[in-house]
Design a protein around this ligand. Structure first.
Ligand code: NAD
Length: 283
């Protein structure tokens, strides 16, 4: 079994970004900047935002955190997004999810200018993805594809099974894998006999948010397993795959933590840099 070491790969790529941003500095150009909007004090979100800030520092990308109270009104979040849309020093912007229930996530995400949508969640960027046009790819699916490519895993011809159909992970990762020649099965809450499907997988991507949903008996020998899930159980982070059992029968597997998580952050930074380059060209 080979561990898909997202932590090491992401770090290497963040350092490669640093070389690029250093070069801009040497030329007297401004640095890329990511604005992060965080609403409330969800401990997991606070920790993700901290990780994003640390990675920005490694990559030489500026970041600014806009931390708003839990009871912030929709119109005040909208006003902040509009200000950041107009700020020519901001290249990328993200709204850290989840946001408090009284706010409309879909509306707010789509207020972020598509040219600053570093998470790749804007409806136009997602539409472009599904029509195979140039776009900003959603960070987690992009990070997964980058990780598989780093380990030289050939996607074409594989039976890929994805557990989860969310707009930010399951569905777009299915699209990207299909584009690279995989045959796709997408499983979800209504799927009957999940194990029947997962056992067909040469490549299994699990993004269900259900701790240890996938056990050894649900995985084909030699499969490539990508565990996207992050669940806090008894103060410990665990994935949607029972790593200790499954590691003995698969060919590759991502750990949780330090697998897909750091790759998601790296993809966010690479998206921000891409947006920066397009803004610099326009200036
Ligand atoms: P979501 O809740 O939006 O979607 C979960 C999906 O799983 C749904 O489509 C649902 O139908 C499916 N599902 C749930 N229970 C199932 C079951 N028993 N059998 C089959 N399918 C089932 O979640 P999401 O935003 O896609 O995130 C999924 C997980 O990935 C969460 O644990 C989240 O924390 C994690 N996540 C990690 C990263 C990262 O960078 N590592 C990024 C995003 C999300």
């Amino acid at each position: 079994m080979i561990l898909l070491d997202g932590f090491a790969v992401a770090n290497e790529r963040n350092l490669a970004l640093k070389q690029l941003t250093d070069e801009h500095l040497r030329k007297g150009e401004r640095l890329p900047k990511l604005a992060i909007i965080l609403i409330g004090d969800n401990p997991a979100s606070l920790s993700y935002v901290k990780g994003k800030g640390k990675a920005c520092a490694v990559a030489g990308i500026l970041h600014e955190l806009h931390h708003l109270p839990e009871d912030t009104k929709q119109e005040n979040v909208a006003a902040l997004i509009e200000t950041l849309n107009q700020d020519s020093t901001v290249d990328g912007m993200i709204l850290q999810l989840p946001i408090p229930r009284h706010l409309d996530e879909e509306v707010l995400i789509n207020l972020i200018k598509k040219e600053k949508d570093a998470d790749g969640f804007h409806v136009i960027n997602q539409g472009n993805l599904y029509q195979k046009r140039p776009t900003i790819e959603p960070a987690t699916p992009k990070g997964i594809m980058t990780l598989l490519a780093h380990y030289d895993i050939k996607i074409s011809g594989l039976n890929a099974v994805i557990v989860g159909r969310s707009n930010i992970v399951g569905f777009p990762v299915a699209r990207l894998l299909m584009d690279q020649g995989a045959t796709i099965t997408v499983c979800h809450r209504q799927t009957k006999d999940l194990g029947f499907h997962t056992r067909q997988a040469d490549l299994l991507v699990v993004a269900s948010g259900k701790p240890h949903l996938v056990t050894k008996d649900m995985v084909k020998e030699g499969a490539i397993v990508v565990d996207v899930g992050v669940n806090r159980v008894d103060g410990k982070l665990i994935g949607d795959v029972d790593f200790d059992e499954v590691k003995d029968i698969c060919s590759y597997i991502t750990p949780v933590p330090k697998g897909v998580g750091p790759m998601t952050i790296n993809a966010l930074l690479e998206n921000t840099y891409k947006l920066y380059l397009s803004h610099s060209k326009e200036a």
